[in-house]
Design a binder for this molecule. Structure first.
Ligand code: TRP
Length: 338
């Protein structure tokens, strides 16, 4: 039986944080280990360059960090193909063909891209490559005929765009070679881990992130600085659990739900200090990330081996993407010379 295919990935613009871990990395590892999928995980360096063309060094460095983060969380090169987007030339040609099927007006409507344009203050200077990255993402997904794309909630518009391109393509050229993908999103309410400061978004620019690569000390310091309940001044004061990041994180990371429930009740009633709950969260998170950290450190000692994994993965991916491109050229009818 033909296996389902996963294609997913991340832009390397820094190290991955625990929000990425909760939002999608965890799911990818689970799907990988289910054995039901051919899994391709892409480090989307070319997409990262669409708004970082003047700082390729940042992307080069981040590529290593993201590769280490993947391997650390349990993406297993024996089970998944890890590849580097810029090393797959077929993706670029696919993008060019798909661009003819998409209007500029449609690109301007993509809510995630719109948001990013605002955040990045591009105003009138949007790089054309940035505006069209959803089309290049459609090339990423369709090149592998992926039917399953595990990603964070913000990627839903990219999947919608990809499905539209697939339908248009198959319609115009009367072929069924491209596959409509479905997203796999985090469970409701768990899509986005808020930042340490309580901001809805965890990000590098807001300086409110815990990174997968953080050492135990850094992680502890960050946890001890977390936003709790500003009105909970004395230990004896009743405290608020809602919007209190320590409890938000405990809900996500602690396995002992009963203990969390008991702590919540005690905190609400008064008599439980912030330091105590932070220490408990620290224990929970250190335990969770210790094996991940250890695996990361092992791989970091041997970057040649990591690059070897990326090269082998990219070579395998190249064959698959080239085959799809061949079919696409045939469908369009530009295979003049056979
Ligand atoms: N857009 C994704 C991000 O912002 C990265 C990405 C590139 C991707 N190509 C993809 C995700 C294909 C899923 C499938 O990080």
């Amino acid at each position: 039986m033909k296996k389902h295919v996963i294609l997913t990935g991340d832009r390397p613009t820094g190290k991955l944080h625990i929000g990425h871990f909760i939002g999608s990395l965890q799911t990818r590892v689970k799907l990988q280990n289910s054995g039901k999928y051919d899994t391709y995980i892409m480090i989307a360096d070319q997409q990262a360059l669409t708004d970082n063309a003047r700082d390729p060094e940042k992307i080069r460095k981040s590529l290593t960090e993201v590769a280490l983060d993947y391997l650390a969380v349990g993406i297993d090169p024996d089970k998944s193909t890890i590849l580097v987007q810029s090393q797959i030339p077929a993706l670029n040609e696919l993008t060019m063909h798909y661009l003819n099927l998409v209007t500029v007006a449609r690109l301007n409507r993509n809510p995630t891209v719109k948001n990013e344009i605002k955040q990045k203050n591009f105003e009138q200077s949007i790089p054309a490559g940035f505006l069209i990255y959803p089309v290049s993402q459609a090339a990423d997904i369709t090149a592998f005929k992926a039917d399953t794309v595990p990603v964070g909630d913000d990627q839903a518009p990219m999947l919608e765009q990809t499905r539209e391109i697939v339908r248009t393509f198959n319609n115009i050229y009367h072929q069924n070679i491209l596959v409509e993908p479905q997203g796999v999103f985090p469970p409701k309410g768990q899509g986005r881990l808020p930042g340490l400061d309580g901001n809805a978004k965890m990000s590098k620019s807001l300086n409110n992130a815990i990174y997968i690569s953080d050492d135990p000390d850094t992680m502890q310091k960050k946890i001890m600085s977390m936003y709790t309940d500003p009105n909970h001044i004395h230990v004896s004061d009743p405290g608020k659990v809602e919007g209190n990041m320590v409890f938000t994180y405990l809900d996500v990371f602690a396995d002992d739900k009963q203990e969390v429930q008991a702590l919540k009740e005690q905190y609400r009633a008064g008599g439980l200090g912030d330091v105590k709950i932070k220490r408990y969260l620290n224990e929970v998170m250190q335990a969770k990330f210790a094996p991940i950290r250890q695996r990361r450190a092992e791989y970091a000692k041997n970057l040649d081996a990591v690059y070897d994994i990326l090269q082998k993965g990219s070579e395998k991916a190249n064959e698959v993407a080239a085959q799809t491109l061949h079919e696409v050229r045939q469908a369009i009818g530009i295979n003049y010379f056979g």
